[in-house]
Design a protein around this ligand. Structure first.
Ligand code: SAM
Ligand code: SF4
Length: 444
């Protein structure tokens, strides 16, 4: 490959989960530290990093079409790096299928990106999909990000091996980042304007560590320590696994006012036979009992979950059990997916793969039920007054957009600034957002 001029501008495009968004921000910070500047929206960039997701088929296919679209009118391309879980899963095959890609870097190796960029610009493409446990975070520069909401990855990887899922293969074994590093990163985020931090992990509630006094703590202990940061107003965490939902974490929802009343707890299916085949190690009943305990200590909690329809062998009756579970819970919002066979996972070769049209029909019915419940949850909020954390300006003059404690999108018009916590009366609810007015104005 011929050498090219070292890149001056970059763009990082992240697909998939919030952990990828976090990784994308960290890669941008690494590149900025090397003196590269972010290319303005819609402008050509010298270096493009596609930070990919492998959880479902379409996400990987989308990456290849994105690579194709990066070709310029004169036939040239920017320097292209493929990062994230597709990079981990497919490795060098990516360069064979898309020769314009010059760097392939897995989620545990992206701290090496600057070096790989230098090599690629000198005409030497490279792949790094190593999985050293701690090196990445230790080698990243201090956080630079600013804004009222921030992600903080506290835990990575997964040892649960659900039979449909690639995460244990692409992200590796479960690793908790050290307490001191997290407190340090949280301080930096708050100092640069974060008022809300969302703690991230593939199984975030599996986080364990030792506090400053050497005592063993879990996620609830970490939340308590973070809540002591005076300028941090809100704490959230995602994604949790039902088996790691400790009594301490449930209790934290009762006693810690900065912990927002929102719990994302994936269940995947309402059928115990399907859950066993998925290797989920919880039943629909044990899952519902956890939700009852959380609701007992925090009655207004907004519940969220993930569902997979059309897992191999799922019968109509088993799918009906999923719909019944949805009716029982009354979720505030949810993610639902058609099962996607992932190469190398046990479920991909199971008997009873479900026809696409059956999956489509089940997904539509499930989403209709989830949408109904989301609207009902939003409508039940009308009349409440709550704090809204202002995240950005709306389209109309004087309009602001932010989030309620229950993670609903709220828009209102009035005096505010990004990062403010404004008391808002919720007036009118749609399926995806709620309109409100600041309470001072309501009283006027
Ligand atoms: N660790 C979390 C848990 O198990 O509760 C979920 C993390 S996973 C990255 C996010 C979601 O993607 C899963 O909850 C599941 O619903 C979905 N997912 C994972 N593998 C899938 C597959 N092969 N097909 C469809 N959806 C899948
Ligand atoms: Fe994937 Fe979550 Fe299961 Fe781990 S627990 S294998 S991340 S679905």
């Amino acid at each position: 490959m011929p050498a090219s001029a070292p890149p001056k501008t970059y763009r990082v495009k992240s697909f998939g989960c919030q952990m990828n968004v976090y990784d994308g921000e960290r890669m941008a910070e690494l590149l900025a530290e090397q003196g590269l500047t972010a290319a303005p929206e819609n402008a050509d960039a010298d270096l493009v990093v596609l930070n990919t997701c492998h959880i479902r088929e379409k996400a990987a296919e989308k990456v290849y079409s994105d690579i194709g679209r990066l070709r310029r009118e004169d036939g040239s391309t920017p320097l292209i790096a493929v990062a994230g879980c597709v990079a981990q899963a497919e490795g060098e095959e990516i360069m064979a299928r898309a020769p314009s890609v010059k760097m392939v870097v897995g989620p545990q190796a992206y701290h090496r990106l600057p070096e790989m960029v230098r090599e690629a610009a000198a005409g030497r493409p490279s792949t790094d999909t190593d999985m050293p446990a701690e090196t990445k975070f230790a080698s990243l520069p201090a956080r630079r990000r600013s804004g009222p909401t921030a992600f903080l990855t506290v835990q990575e990887g997964c040892d649960k091996f659900c039979t449909y899922c690639v995460v244990p293969y692409t992200r590796g074994a479960e690793v908790s980042r050290p307490f001191a590093d997290l407190i340090d990163e949280a301080h930096r985020l708050v100092d640069s304007g974060a008022r809300e931090i969302t703690l991230l992990g593939q199984n975030v509630n599996a986080w364990t560590g030792e506090d400053a006094k050497g005592r063993a703590i879990g996620l609830d202990g970490l939340i308590r320590e973070l809540a002591a940061l005076p300028d941090l107003a809100r704490i959230r965490y995602t994604t949790s696994h039902p088996n790691d939902m400790t009594a301490g974490l449930i209790e934290a929802h009762a006693v810690e006012p900065k912990l927002m009343p929102f719990l994302h707890l994936p269940v995947q299916s309402g059928s115990d036979r399907v859950l066993r085949a998925m290797n989920r190690s919880h039943t629909s009943d044990s899952y519902l009992r956890i939700l009852e305990q959380v609701r007992a200590v925090r009655p207004d909690i907004a519940l969220s979950g993930d569902f997979i329809v059309g897992f191999p062998g799922e019968t109509d009756a088993e799918f009906a059990e999923t719909l019944r579970l949805v009716d029982t819970v009354g979720y505030a919002q949810c993610f639902s997916f058609k099962y996607s066979p992932r190469p190398g996972t046990p479920a991909a070769t199971m008997d009873g793969q479900i026809a696409p049209e059956v999956m489509d029909e089940r997904l539509q019915r499930l989403q209709a039920a989830l949408n109904r419940d989301q609207l009902a949850f939003n409508r039940a909020s009308v009349g409440k007054t709550c704090e809204v954390l202002v995240e950005r300006r709306g389209k109309r003059p004087g309009q602001w957009l932010g989030k309620s404690p229950w993670l609903q999108s709220v828009h209102f018009t009035g005096e505010a600034a990004i990062g403010d916590l404004v008391r808002v009366e919720l007036l009118e609810a749609g399926p995806n957002s709620i309109s409100g007015q600041p309470v001072a104005m309501a009283a006027a």
